[in-house]
Ligand binder design. Structure first.
Ligand code: ADP
Ligand code: MG
Length: 470
């Protein structure tokens, strides 16, 4: 069985890159394989790794392991921590098989310190993978000046699918609500037309499935899957960048659907013309309908989102705390939600009500405390970034546009926003007279890379640490 895992690692390396194999898959091994129940147990060093793999590579994992193990019906489960006693391990497949409806299940098995195994309820996602997530609806999406066009357009297409704006193209930085809106359109359409085929797909997944279809010589099959789609929601299409063959196929799928007046909704982190490595005929098609942006919301909208979110999570959030969180420097809504969750968690863990004092304590501890004690000057940040990347501060402030310096500049924008009290305009002005939308773009770019690239994230952490402790 171990050979199978090694084979699997090779495939993943080809498909996802060695970085991902090193970071995630290398630390995992096959713990048990039961051919009678077609269940495989993977052992990860900890829950974080198993969760991450489950969230990001579930499809890859299932697909390739099923093929390597020569089965269609594969259920995958994780255990983590040290090795379980022999007999408890054998129980797992049976417990997973319970409630199995589709041919592939995916579960996370938690191992308590007494060696029992607990199956958590992440099952049968394969059937719903491409359907809209019911959590994201119009009713829990707060409209404000920052997203009003995108929101209105999303509503409008639901009332007249395929007819008004086709495609609808929504763009904006990370964590500002693009995915939420896509799902909301899907859910609203399903409500109106329960029998329709609504397909939500991340571009990552789209690419992976396409690659697999070629691998198994099934690319006509791949296109067919999209033929009967009534609404196609394709998220984060900037990832199609430089994926020539996938773009080619997407081009045909787009044309087929468009001709049939099927609604297409796309999202990206920038507007179509600015997506590099995308065929120009695709770019122009993306502009056929309506292009709508989403910006960072103003404080009022942030507060409204917080209140709605608190309600949904049964967090008792006083107005002054909502104001405090909403007015803090946060670069996207995901971060805003994170702040709320941290405050809520701290209050409930320590059995206290949420007060302004508590909110400040929790949030300022994390990154605002030092900022409060001594105000950090943009120049300090600039110098620290320059030192860390071994470039000159002049280069960062210059108009040079090569990739290396551009990334360093984005890091500088990001850290200035995070560590100083300067406004976006001021930061942009300080670094070579750039406007505030460039700064916003830079910040979300850094956040995006930070999520994917651990070394990068650590490097930024280190610079931040140096600045705070200088
Ligand atoms: P993106 O896809 O643009 O990166 P998401 O759609 O994933 O961002 O949004 C990040 C989080 O913020 C989600 O939990 C989403 O529900 C929430 N969110 C974003 N915009 C809004 C909004 N206007 N109202 C309520 N929640 C929002
Ligand atoms: Mg998204």
């Amino acid at each position: 069985v171990q050979l199978i895992w090694e084979e699997f690692l090779k495939i993943i390396q080809e498909e996802a890159g060695s970085q991902i194999v090193e970071t995630w898959f290398k630390s995992v091994c096959i713990d048990d394989w039961d051919a009678t129940t077609n269940s495989i147990i993977l052992r990860a060093p900890n829950q974080f790794v198993s969760n991450w793999i489950e969230q990001h590579y579930e499809n890859l994992l299932k697909k390739h392991l099923a093929r390597l193990l020569n089965t269609h019906e594969l259920s995958v489960a994780f255990v983590y921590g040290s090795k379980a006693p022999e007999k408890t391990r054998n129980i797992i497949p049976a417990s997973i098989a319970v409630g199995q409806q589709t041919n592939t299940t995916f579960s996370v098995v938690r191992q308590s310190n007494r060696g029992e195994l607990v199956v958590s309820s992440k099952k049968n996602k394969s059937t719903t993978k491409s359907s809209p997530n019911p959590q994201y609806t119009f009713s829990n999406f707060i409209a404000g000046p920052s997203n009003s066009l995108a929101h209105a357009a999303a509503w409008a297409i639901c009332e007249n699918l395929g007819k008004v704006y086709n495609p609808l193209f929504i763009y904006g930085g990370t964590g500002l609500g693009k995915t939420h809106l896509l799902h909301a359109i899907g859910n609203e359409t399903l409500r109106r037309h329960p029998s329709w085929v609504i397909r939500y797909e991340t571009s990552d997944n789209f690419i992976n499935e396409f690659i697999n279809s070629i691998r198994f010589d099934r690319s006509p099959h791949f296109r067919k899957k999209y033929q009967n789609v009534d609404v196609l929601l394709l998220d984060d299409i900037q990832f199609l960048s430089n994926k020539e063959q996938t773009q080619e196929t997407f081009f045909h799928i787009f044309n087929d659907l468009y001709e049939q007046q099927k609604q297409i909704v796309l999202s990206s982190d920038t507007f179509p013309q600015e997506i590099t490595g995308l065929q120009s005929r695709l770019k122009s098609r993306m502009e056929w309908g309506l292009v709508a942006d989403i910006q960072m919301p103003d404080t009022e909208t942030k507060i409204a989102i917080l209140k709605r979110k608190a309600e949904a999570n049964n967090i008792d959030l006083p107005d002054d705390v909502a104001d405090f969180i909403g007015s803090r420097v946060l670069s996207n809504i995901r971060e805003l939600e994170g702040a709320l969750i941290r405050v809520g968690a701290f209050a409930s863990l320590t059995n206290q009500p949420i007060t302004l004092e508590l909110g400040k304590k929790v949030l300022l501890n994390l990154n605002g405390q030092k900022k409060k004690e001594k105000s950090i000057m943009p120049n300090t940040v600039l110098k620290a970034v320059a030192r860390s990347y071994q470039v000159s501060t002049l280069d960062i402030r210059s108009k040079k546009r090569n990739k290396d310096i551009a990334v360093v500049r984005q890091v500088a924008f990001y850290l200035m926003k995070k560590l100083t009290y300067c406004s976006l305009q001021a930061i942009g002005g300080y670094i070579g007279g750039r406007n505030h939308s460039t700064v916003i773009h830079a910040i979300s770019k850094v956040e995006e890379i930070r999520e994917k690239d651990r070394n990068f994230a650590q490097k930024i952490k280190k610079i931040e640490y140096d600045i705070l402790n200088s």
